[in-house]
Design a protein around this ligand. Sequence first.
Ligand SMILES: NC(=O)c1ccc[n+]([C@@H]2O[C@H](COP(=O)([O-])OP(=O)(O)OC[C@H]3O[C@@H](n4cnc5c(N)ncnc54)[C@H](OP(=O)(O)O)[C@@H]3O)[C@@H](O)[C@H]2O)c1
Length: 246
Amino acid sequence: MSDGLDLAGRVALVTGASGGIGGAICRRLAGNVAGIAVAYGSNAEPAEALAAEIVSGGGTARAFGSDMAAPDAPERLIDDVEAALGPVDILVANHGLARQARYEDVDAAIFDHTLAVNLRSPFLLARRALPGMRERGFGRVLFISSVAAFRGGVIGPDYACSKAGLHGLAHFLARRVAADGVTVNVLAPGFVETAMLPGDPQQLAKTTPVGRVGRPEEVADLALAILRNGYVTSQVFSIDGGTYPR
Ligand SMILES: NC(=O)c1ccc[n+]([C@@H]2O[C@H](COP(=O)([O-])OP(=O)(O)OC[C@H]3O[C@@H](n4cnc5c(N)ncnc54)[C@H](OP(=O)(O)O)[C@@H]3O)[C@@H](O)[C@H]2O)c1
């Protein structure tokens, strides 16, 4: 009998799945859900390869390409996923743009572009997905922010603001959909060994109490626990090796 914690029969959309953390979340979801939309921005090859890997393991998956900077892209992505795989029950808005820059060099166009990709598009994805989730009485939304939302971080002011904005967005949405079986949460990683790591892992490890950078699989493991649980909502979970206790 189900303990109410399983995701069997659900369709998941994971953005940024051509990257390290998104790829790990897809692999962790495979076998636990009915279908996975492996969404990428411009790197089709790793997303196609990951979808093929999930299918060869007996799962259902398809890769979808979409530049989240375009205002209509989030809604179109969900339309395409739902046409191919069925209603999206689990949305993991994990994609992110991180351009390291001095604050003096971040102009209006750069700032707006980062906010469009990192903050506006997660909102538009959620806005499109939430009505169906509420109607079906089940839904999971998970945003991936960053320890930079708390500390400022080392990427740039646009990045830090975009990630902090996801926290407010989750709190705003969560209480409006909670009674319909839909949770909205945030995972805030510290340094994780992916293409986005802003420096040498050995050096970054020295600033991390655990003494190493995190692994994408560790982020994915916590993501699955949050996605399975219907009584956790409006929370921001740090996974940062002890970098920012709060
Ligand atoms: N690694 C870290 O240390 C760290 C720390 C804190 C937070 N995070 C957050 O974790 C999330 C995953 O990052 P990661 O570490 O796995 O980095 P990653 O391997 O570089 O992956 C980034 C992903 O975001 C996608 N993306 C970027 N711009 C996009 C756009 N305009 N439209 C659609 N997709 C776009 C990329 O797709 P394409 O390559 O296909 O374009 C890629 O799949 C991000 O939100 C990041 O900010 C990472």
